[in-house]
Design a protein around this ligand. Sequence first.
Ligand code: BJW
Ligand code: ZN
Length: 249
Amino acid sequence: MSLLAPEAVSRRAAAARRAVVFTGAGISQESGLGTFRDADGLWSRFRPEDLATPEAFARDPERVTSWYIERFEQARRAEPNAGHRAIASWERWFPSLVVVTQNVDRLHHRSGSSDVLELHGTLWTWRCARCGAKRDAAALPEQRPPACVCGGIFRPDVVWFGETLPLAEFDRAAAECRRADLFVVVGTSATVWPAAGLIETAAAGGALIVEVNPEATPLSGAAACVLRGPAGEMLPRWSREIERWRSPA
Ligand code: BJW
Ligand code: ZN
C-alpha cells in the first residue's frame, strides 16, 4: 500500500536532512544469512526458548554456545550485499545518516556504514558470563563451551529475550528517530520489542516512513510507501531514483 505516489516519495526522500535506516534480518538474507520468522527462518527449525534466552544458556551452555559459534562463522564468511552497499552509499547525501540495526552480523559495518547502532548486540564479541571479560569471537578458547580463566563461560554479546537492550544505543536510536525526517525500514517483521517501537517514535516525530520488504508486515499500513521486493534489488533501484531528484537535469 502506498499513500504517496512513489515518485513523490522519492522526491521528498531526496530532500531529507536527517535520515535513519532501521534494519532487520531480511537485509542480510541475500548475503546467505537466515532470517528468524520466515517460512524457512531460524525459528522454523529451532525454538527461541531453547537458544535465545538466558535460561537456555544456563541449562545447556554447550548447545547454545555451539549454535552461536556456528552463526558467527556464517556471518564471518558472508559478504555485504547490494542492499547494505546502497545504504552505505547514502552517506553522500545524508552525512548524518544513522543505521539502527537489530542484526548481529556486522554486515553494515563491513559495507562501509560509519554510524551503526546495534540494538541486539553482535556475534563478533563475547563476554564471560561470570567476570565480564571480553573476547573476540575469532579468539575464543577451544573448549566447548568456551571457558574463561575465572571458571565462567563465554557467551555472545547479543541480546536474548528477557534481556535489556544496550541503554546508550537504544537512547541514541530513539533520539535520532525523533528528529528524523526520513525513516527507511528494511527487512524486519517489526514484531520484536522495544526495537519495533522505534517505528512509532519516528512516525510521531513526523518522519516520512518507507518500508522495503517482499512481504507485508504490521508496519506496512502506516508507511507512506512500500517498496515490495528484496532489499538487494529495491535499494539500489531506489537509490537511482533519489539520485535523479538530487541532481535534476
Ligand atoms: C526481506 C528479505 C529480503 C526476507 N529483503 N526483506 C511488548 C509486547 C510484546 C512482547 C514484548 C514487549 N516488550 C518486550 C517484549 C518481549 C520480547 C518481545 O519482543 N517478544 C515478542 C517477539 C513477542 N522482547 C524482549 O525480550 C527484549 N527485551 C526486553 O524487552 O527487555 C526489557 C525487559 C527485560 C526483562 C523483563 C521484561 C522486559 C529483547 C529482544 C531480543 C531479541 N533478540 C533476537 C535474538 C538476537 C540474537 C540472535 O541473533 O540470535 O533478535 S530475537 C530475533 O528477532 C533477533 C532479531 O534481531 C529480532 C527481530 O527479527 P527481524 O530482524 O525482524 O527478523 P524476522 O525474521 O522476524 O523478519 C525478517 C523480515 O525480513 C521479514 O519481514 C521478511 O519478509 C523480510 N525479508 N527476505 C528484505 N531479501
Ligand atoms: Zn571470566
